[in-house]
Design a protein around this ligand. Structure first.
Ligand SMILES: [Zn+2]
Length: 139
């Protein structure tokens, strides 16, 4: 359990690159690769660093992508990393907090130790059939 408070300043930059990801959306890392970025993710991060060479080393960045190549995947941020990806269709405070929890606070999912979808913990997935039609899978 975290104690104390954290301050997050949110800045939104628009950097649209039509068809940069191809029609299939952002390539999904398979489940064995959840601790690292795949080639397409690294490509997006590199393009961002070229566009914004003076990124804040203490900041965390979430890229909003149209979709992932894997259906139902709505977010991805490796633990203890600065860059993550979320889909526009599921972009809400819960998803952002879930992903930042991985990247900034090294949080793991609550499952499988606790049954998936059985809590309202940010590190759990929302129960299926919740507010969104999609399964809201994220990593
Ligand atoms: Zn997750």
């Amino acid at each position: 359990m975290f104690r104390g408070s954290y301050f997050f300043e949110t800045t939104i930059n628009h950097y649209r690159q039509p068809n940069y990801l191809g029609d299939n959306g952002l390539d999904w890392a398979n489940s064995e690769m959840l601790s690292s970025y795949n080639a397409e993710m690294n490509s997006v991060i590199s393009a961002f660093k070229e566009w914004q060479p003076n990124t804040n080393p203490d900041a965390y960045y979430l890229f909003v992508v149209p979709k992932f190549s894997e259906g139902g995947v709505e977010g991805f941020m490796p633990r203890n990393r600065r860059f993550g990806f979320v889909t526009l269709s599921q972009l809400d405070a819960r998803l952002v907090a879930h992903e930042i929890g991985h990247g900034a606070f090294n949080l793991r999912h609550t499952f499988p130790e606790v049954p998936q979808g059985s809590t309202d913990n940010l590190s759990d997935y929302p129960p299926a059939g919740g507010q969104a039609a999609d399964s809201q899978t994220s990593c």
